[in-house]
Design a binder for this molecule. Structure first.
Ligand code: PLP
Length: 310
């Protein structure tokens, strides 16, 4: 059955979920969003994601036109409607997006009475896309493109204006079919992956880039909390490629797969080239916290082709 999409208060079939080509999200990349996964069919870190979206809307000046109650409603209704008879141990991944609405094409921005477009959609968790990497680890490729510096625009504001991210992904694919891309900042320090935060273990200390020029991932925050609970030391600092290549262990965090080991960077093996003990311990603690064996779930459903279309 086709998924229903929540669009400005209505649940409509995906094929009928249309917004104008003059939407400012399309014209300017003016689109603020969150993606949130479920565990046992309930959103994980929902309030944290809602608060981050609210901050993105405050930063962009759009909050006065958006009722966060609508955003929450969009997330909840789109999940309830699409979950159907899916097995209890299966999960979903939702996206909720807000744009300022339409403008008039020429002259740009002439229209003054635009209403925001709010939409939300869910997909089945694409377990087939990442399950095997819990065991093998996922390679990383440093992009030629640099992350947008905070002097230009705060990366803490989660938005869809992501040309450097997109081009980095394409380049990574060309260089190493099976790698995630990441970007440096203007000073050559590591910022983040195109859709994930990064951690490096050196001499028993877990390091991660500072919040200066990254999207501060909710999974990053959660992983740091778990690591501290496990008694590990976690330090935010500027990290160079030299340090990353020579790290004992490394891993990625993001909402969909939670945590994946990073076992290679730019063709250099990290540690012994296998997932390390810190990744495993944090992932195990994560599974305990949410009451789902994250790796076993991904493995169980890894043969299922996902309905992710992007
Ligand atoms: C650029 C970027 N960094 C980090 C993350 C991880 O954020 P979160 O853990 O909140 O999913 C994402 C997730 O989409 C992202 O796009």
């Amino acid at each position: 059955m086709e998924n229903l999409v929540w669009l400005n208060g209505n649940l409509v079939p995906e094929a009928d979920a249309k917004i104008s080509i003059f939407d400012m999200g399309r014209l300017y990349g003016a689109c603020f969003y969150e993606s949130i996964r479920t565990f046992k069919h309930k959103y994980f870190l929902f309030e944290e994601h809602m608060k981050r979206l609210e901050r993105s809307l405050i930063y962009s000046g759009l909050i006065h036109n958006v009722d966060m109650k609508d955003v929450r409603k969009a997330c909840n209704e789109v999940l309830e409607t699409n979950i159907g008879g899916s097995p209890e141990d299966f999960d979903f991944w939702a996206c909720v997006e807000v744009t300022p609405g339409d403008t008039f094409p020429m002259p740009l921005m002439k229209k003054t009475d635009s209403k925001p477009n709010i939409f939300a959609y869910i997909v089945e968790m694409p377990f087939n896309e990442f399950a095997k990497y819990y065991e093998t680890g996922k390679a990383a490729v440093c992009s030629f493109y640099r992350n947008i510096p905070p002097q230009c625009f705060e990366q803490r504001c989660k938005n869809r204006a992501r040309l450097p991210h997109f081009l980095s992904k394409l380049d990574a694919k060309r260089m190493c079919k099976d790698a995630f891309a990441f970007m440096l900042d203007l000073d050559g320090f590591i910022t983040e992956g195109t859709g994930a935060n990064m951690f490096f273990v050196m001499n028993e200390i877990i390091y991660t880039p500072t919040t200066r020029n990254i999207l501060v991932g909710e999974s990053r925050n959660f992983a740091m909390k778990l690591a501290k609970k496990l008694g590990y030391t976690v330090v935010e600092k500027d990290i160079t490629l030299y340090e990353a290549y020579c790290a004992d262990e490394a891993f990625w965090t993001t909402s969909s797969y939670c945590l994946l080991p990073m076992t290679e960077i730019d063709g250099r093996k990290i540690g012994n080239g296998s997932p390390g003990k810190y990744s495993k311990a944090i992932l195990d603690a994560w599974s305990k916290e949410v009451g789902v064996d994250i790796v076993a779930q991904a493995m169980k459903y890894s043969k299922l082709s996902s309905n992710v279309k992007y």
